[in-house]
Each structure stands twice: as C-alpha cells, then as structure tokens.
Design a protein around this ligand. Structure first.
Ligand SMILES: NC(=O)c1ccc[n+]([C@@H]2O[C@H](COP(=O)([O-])OP(=O)(O)OC[C@H]3O[C@@H](n4cnc5c(N)ncnc54)[C@H](OP(=O)(O)O)[C@@H]3O)[C@@H](O)[C@H]2O)c1
Length: 288
C-alpha cells in the first residue's frame, strides 16, 4: 500500500488556503493547517485538518507542524510580514520536508517584480537556493479580488470608482490555484516547474463588472478615477507604496495589452480553468 501523504498548508485562513485544505482532504491526504495563535479566522479552515499554531514570523514555531510532513503549500503574507525570516523558514522546510509549492505572481513571469523588491521574485530566488523540490505558481489576479476590492462600493452605490477600467486581466478562480497546487504537492513530475496560472480569458475590468451586473441582475457602472488618487487609497489600507505603484503601472500596461492567458492550468489539471462568470455565479450574493 502507498504511504499516507502528509501536507502542511500555510495561509490556511486566506483566499486559497481553505480550498487547498479541502481538496487535499478530499484526495485522502493527511492535512495540517498552520494558523496564527488566536486567529479570528480559524473557522475558515475546513473540518478534518489538523490545526497547528505557529507563525512564519517565528521559524522555531514551525518545527512541530513540519515534523513528518512530505510537502508544504507556502504563501507569504507580504502585506503584513516582511521577508526577514524567509531564510530561517526555508531552513526549517529543508530540515523537515522535501517538497514546496509556492504561490508566486505573474509579475515575476513578465519581469515586473525585481528580486530587489523583496517580494515574490525574492522568495523564488531564496527557494531555488535550497535543496527542496520546488514548484512556483506564478499566478494572475484572483477572481476574489473583485469581492475584496469592489463589493463594498458596489453594494453602497452601484458605481465602481477605480482607474483603468479598460485594463484586461485574466482572473483565476482561487479553487483552481489550489487545484494546481494540490497536484504539484501530491504527485511527481512538477519539480522545477514555473506554472503561469491564469484564468481562461483576459477580460477588461469594465467587462468583469458587466458580468457581475448580469449575474446579480443589478444596474452597475464603472467610473475611471486618476491613478494617483487610487494609489493614496491603496496605501491607506495597508499596501506598501512600491507595491501599489507597481500594480497601477501594470494596470496601465494592460489597457494597451491584455494580460497573458496560458494553458498551464489545463496542462496540469486536464481541464480548463473556471471562468470569471462561474466564480461570480458562486459568489453573487456578495455583490447584492
Ligand atoms: N490576490 C491576488 O490576486 C494574488 C495574485 C498573485 C499572487 N498572490 C499571492 O498570494 C498570496 C496570498 O494568498 P491568499 O490570498 O490566499 O492569502 P490572504 O488571503 O492574503 O491571507 C494571508 C494568510 O496568511 C496568514 N498569515 C498572516 N500572517 C502570518 C504569519 N505571520 N504566519 C503565518 N501565516 C500568516 C493569514 O492569516 P489571518 O489573516 O487569518 O491572520 C492568512 O491566512 C500572497 O503571497 C500574494 O502575494 C495573490
């Protein structure tokens, strides 16, 4: 009989982590969830996972949850944690496990994220230096960004005020990011691969809004605002300034050239990624 696999999921209360936990459990994998002590979001972790308290800010807190683990689903909470502990965290991973799947960004793929930004490219560089079997998911914007960034405004006024309505992204369903991760965590053949994880089509933001309007039956409108005002608002809610500026520059670029769409999800999963419309249909109530 094949050995029971054991996987640790970081960010288990985030956007992708709960999907990864649920899919690993469905696949019969013994699944551990890393959660901060007293985390108010613990109820997002699907039942059946073994919960371990620890923090990426405190590498010694990881020993217990890494004991006997075959693979780690790694995300880095860049908005709330700097990267000073990355080398020590990776040492812990090397000591206890052999495989890591890291959620990186499409920004690395297109060269918009230099290593010096100490963000996804830096993590990739540090992981590559280890002896771990790694797979990087260079991921486009999650579909849930619309819920996080748009839903409150839309509920209040029906108007989305943001820059670059014509910018075309290829949003990916968070469950599909998790599905690719789960394959790479649990099956061979993905080591040393950088998958550019995108949705099936590039949709201008105004068209994404039109999908939300159609699915929810609401009258919604886009209003372009200057990028500077948007940057100030992003910084106010916690975005590092260089990150906000980089994101806005990227959106300006996507007005002229739609975001890349790859077939990497289909290559790994043997099926197309879910559409933005499918995601909105599942989450329609969040926009009403
Ligand atoms: N959103 C996008 O469009 C996009 C696109 C490409 C790549 N990414 C990358 O994807 C990753 C985010 O994934 P996500 O959206 O699933 O996560 P998320 O929703 O941003 O949540 C962050 C997770 O990290 C946990 N966390 C915070 N501080 C921690 C610490 N010190 N130690 C351990 N865990 C900690 C949070 O716990 P609590 O919040 O419960 O405290 C939460 O589970 C980021 O690295 C981001 O850069 C995102």
């Amino acid at each position: 009989m094949a050995k029971q696999q054991r996987v640790l999921v970081t960010g288990a209360t985030g956007n992708v982590g709960p999907h990864a936990v649920a899919q690993l459990l469905d696949a019969g994998v013994e699944t551990r969830a890393l959660v901060l002590e007293n985390d108010p979001n613990s109820d997002r972790i699907p039942p059946g996972a073994e919960v371990f308290h620890g923090s990426l800010a405190d590498p010694d807190s990881l020993d217990a949850c890494l004991e006997g683990v075959d693979a780690v689903f790694l995300m880095w909470p860049f908005f709330t944690l700097d990267v000073d502990t990355v080398p020590a965290v990776l040492e812990k991973l090397e000591k206890h496990t052999r495989r890591v799947v890291f959620i990186s960004s499409i920004g690395v793929h297109i060269g918009l994220e230099p290593v010096g930004n100490r963000c996804h490219a830096y993590l990739e560089q540090q992981i590559e230096k280890t002896s771990l079997e790694w797979t990087f998911l260079q991921t486009t914007g999650f579909a849930c960004n619309t819920r996080i960034g748009w839903a409150a405004q839309l509920k209040e006024s029906g108007v989305m005020r943001s820059p670059y309505g014509e910018a075309a992204r290829s949003p990916i369903h968070e469950a599909d990011v998790a599905a690719v991760a789960v394959r790479a965590l649990t099956r061979d053949g993905h080591a040393g691969r950088r998958y550019v994880v995108t949705g099936p089509e590039a949709l201008p933001q105004i068209d994404q809004l039109a999908v939300i309007a159609e699915v929810t039956g609401r009258d919604l409108r886009w209003e372009d605002v200057p990028a500077d005002a948007a940057k100030a608002a992003m910084v106010e809610v916690g975005w590092p300034e260089s990150y906000a500026a980089g994101a806005l520059d990227y959106f300006a670029m996507l007005v002229k050239e739609p975001e890349t769409v790859t077939d990497h999800v289909a290559q790994v999963l043997g099926r197309a990624p879910r559409t933005f419309r499918e995601w909105v249909t599942e989450h329609a109530d969040d926009f009403r």
